[in-house]
Write a protein that binds this ligand. Sequence first.
Ligand code: GTP
Length: 267
Amino acid sequence: DEKSEKCTVGCPILDRNLNGGIPTKSITEVVGESGSGKTQICLQLVLSAQLPPSHGGLNGSSLYIYTEYPFPIRRLKQLSLSLLSSHPNHLLSSSDPLSRIILRGISSAENFVELLPDIELCLRYWKSRLLPIRVIVVDSIAALFRSEFGNCCFDLKRRSSLFFKISGGLKLLAERFGLVVVVTNQVVDFIEGNESVRIGNFSELCSSGRRVCPALGISWANCVNSRIFLSKDQTGIKITRFSSLLFAPHLPLSSSQFVITEKGLFG
Ligand code: GTP
């Protein structure tokens, strides 16, 4: 979409992989096994979004919705100090970057649906040093659906209807307010004939050599616009992460490598 802007994730090699960053006005999913770096990317995104467009940001504040407790506040602080030291002359340094990140914990998918009208109000009226909200992170979507639902038809219907309400609500907000929306998702073991694999795109190897595919199946896969797959490979103490673009209507398939350090993600 030519009218969409891009937001840097604060790691040049990943940004290049994404053709300049994560696009506004659509939903981008970051999927990967535990410890692959999904949360690290999200934390870095909500900090980088505060930078001006000349530095790849959106001059924006963020709303970070987390579903797994506790929220990694110490890590966010650590990354914010690292960002401040690499952009010392910027507006960022004039006040605490954490004041431009609204944190909200939620515990169920229904809870999320109920929150959507409040999110819209928040987008309309919340201002912090004149930086409007430009990013919504949902970390993780899979946790909202983890144990609550069985496999009977009724549950599957209820689940799909919640997928639809959540993604439909987020897409509307993304379009209306020009937002970057990122949701994280877990992986499940690949099973031959699994619905989510049948749409052709994905089963990938994770660090333990298992073949995995994104959780929540095909009906959720149809709710997101782009999907970034993270995997890790541990050699000695250095862990190399790989990101590949599983599908993105605007981009060719590509992949890149990065590491996570105390100071953040590096290519
Ligand atoms: P789940 O939430 O369990 O699904 O995992 P995730 O994919 O969100 O993983 P997350 O982004 O939390 O990444 C965790 C990994 O980041 C850890 O395993 C560490 O390797 C790395 N990490 C986090 N903080 C630091 C840090 O301060 N220094 C270094 N070197 N690595 C860190």
